[in-house]
Design a protein around this ligand. Structure first.
Ligand code: SF4
Ligand code: SF4
Length: 168
């Protein structure tokens, strides 16, 4: 790991835990058979594309369990914060504060999903959100309707933070 990765990534994991991505596509040169043996569940995403779903089965909550064998997309992805810290445009401490803010916002979304009965923690965050929002809302249940509103707001806030700090 380079120094910036070492400083930021073990405190983050948002590109492995499904907060940023619902899946990761394999690229030319990735050995799907070997990656399956290492623990990734790789499936056809389209007739020509293979992918594995997030949260990644090889993510231990802090680090990648197959770091030296990880797929190409994982090797090449650098979020906006990492790029800025590597380029000397942002201090690592500032980036860590932004990571903490994004993680808190993502946890708020997960808590609201749980409170609405969406407890499939192994499903990507965006799919969990879609499932919760497509369920009928009982408007007579004020608490339930209120939580749906809070969830929409929390997801919008999370998206803003991710777009601003990670996906540029
Ligand atoms: S989102 Fe950025 S800082 Fe976080 S783990 Fe991924 S590359 Fe590292
Ligand atoms: S293979 Fe490693 S780097 Fe890639 S998504 Fe999984 S845990 Fe993250």
């Amino acid at each position: 790991m380079n120094e910036s990765v070492d400083q930021l990534c073990p405190n983050c994991g948002l590109c492995c835990d499904s907060t940023l991505f619902a899946d990761v596509e394999l690229r030319a040169g990735d050995d799907a058979k070997r990656l399956r043996k290492l623990g990734l569940t790789i499936e056809k995403k389209t007739p020509t594309k293979l992918a594995f779903a997030q949260p990644c089965a090889c993510f231990d909550g802090k680090l990648c369990g197959i770091y030296s064998d990880r797929p190409k997309r994982c090797r090449t992805f650098e979020c906006g914060l990492l790029k800025k810290v590597e380029a000397g445009e942002m201090a690592a401490d500032t980036a860590l504060k932004k990571i903490s803010e994004a993680k808190q916002q993502a946890e708020k979304v997960r808590e609201l999903l749980r409170s609405l009965g969406q407890r499939e923690e192994q499903m990507a965050l965006t799919h969990r959100y879609a499932g919760a929002m497509s369920a009928p809302v009982d408007l007579a249940d004020e608490m339930n309707a209120e939580r749906h509103g809070e969830l929409m707001l929390a997801v919008n806030n999370l998206m803003s933070v991710l777009q601003r700090d990670f996906l540029k």
